[in-house]
Design a protein. Structure first.
Length: 186
């Protein structure tokens, strides 16, 4: 089983590396397999097409982000009381997006091809819920609506930022997001 997971991971990482230099539409299964040193039959034992691999690669990046974010929280003594629209949350997230903007751009261009519910639930559970509970919001339905609203706004800001190749400074984008969502503590 470990060999299977290693091959899948290698395919995901290869796609991410290829996206640094090429557009997704020009990346073929053959090119992915050649770069990953994996047989096409191995690719097709896991995926029907490049979009399925892209979805797994996006999940892989999301997992990396969550792991990095948890480490960042530990390093900066962030607590659940820290607001998730403060720089403490936004700067690492926006940095991650900028570093992986090609895959985010593809994701945003092909949103309908991806399974959002699982990713949304993971983000809510790992990032939003602890902060909501710390601020006295305990109703799960309310949390879901609040997280949906927040993520929809962030997505549109990021979509615009990525369409400009992330040319605006990260702190500027963070400031825009924070301005759009009032801070009851200030």
């Amino acid at each position: 089983m470990a060999g299977h997971q290693a091959a899948k991971l290698k395919l995901q990482q290869t796609l991410i590396l290829l996206l640094d230099n090429e557009t997704f539409d020009h990346i073929t299964v053959s090119k992915i397999c050649r770069q990953a040193a994996v047989n096409r039959s191995t690719f097709y034992s896991y995926y029907s097409n490049q979009y399925e691999l892209l979805e797994d690669a996006y999940d892989y990046l999301t997992s990396l982000f969550i792991a990095e974010f948890e480490e960042y929280q530990d390093d900066f003594n962030m607590t659940d009381e820290t607001r998730f629209i403060d720089d403490a949350y936004l700067i690492p997230y926006l940095t991650f997006v900028k570093n992986h903007q090609r895959i985010y751009k593809i994701y945003l261009e092909h949103e309908h091809d991806f399974h959002h519910k699982e990713r949304f639930d993971r983000l809510v559970n790992h990032i939003f819920k602890p902060s909501y509970y710390a601020h006295g919001v305990t109703d799960k339905v309310k949390m879901t609506y609040m997280a949906s609203f927040f993520l929809a706004g962030i997505t549109q800001v990021i979509r615009g930022w990525i369409s400009n190749d992330c040319s605006d400074d990260i702190s500027f984008i963070s400031e825009i997001i924070q301005t759009c969502i009032p801070n009851e503590d200030k």
